[in-house]
Design a protein around this ligand. Structure first.
Ligand SMILES: [Zn+2]
Length: 95
C-alpha cells in the first residue's frame, strides 16, 4: 500500500511541475507577444478566392490571377484556358 501511495505522490508532483512549467511558459508568451502571435495573424489575413478549374480555395496573395479569375497553379490556369479556348470568357487567358 505504501508503494501505491509513493506512485500517487510521484504522479501528483509531476502534475504540479507540469502545471508550473506551463504557467511559466504562458508568462513568457505574454512577455513576447510579437514573436508568438505573428503566425496566427498571418493565418487570419487575406481573402480566400476559388480556383474555377479545380474548385480549390486559396489565399488571394498566393493565387495566380488572370483578370478576375484566380488559379492555384499554372497547370490549372492552362487547363482552364484550354477548356475555355474560343469562348468569350476564356479569351483573356489565351494571350
Ligand atoms: Zn486548381
Amino acid at each position: 500500500m505504501t508503494f501505491l501511495l509513493l506512485i500517487f505522490r510521484v504522479i501528483v508532483v509531476l502534475l504540479v511541475i507540469r502545471f508550473v512549467l506551463r504557467f511559466i511558459a504562458s508568462i513568457r508568451q505574454g512577455a513576447q507577444p510579437a514573436q508568438r502571435r505573428k503566425p496566427v495573424a498571418e493565418r487570419k489575413g487575406g481573402t480566400l478566392v476559388r480556383d474555377p478549374n479545380c474548385g480549390t480555395y486559396l489565399p488571394e496573395s498566393r493565387a495566380i490571377t488572370v483578370g478576375a479569375l484566380h488559379f492555384c497553379s499554372s497547370a490549372c490556369r492552362d487547363a482552364y484556358a484550354a477548356a475555355h479556348r474560343g469562348n468569350a470568357s476564356g479569351s483573356a487567358l489565351t494571350s
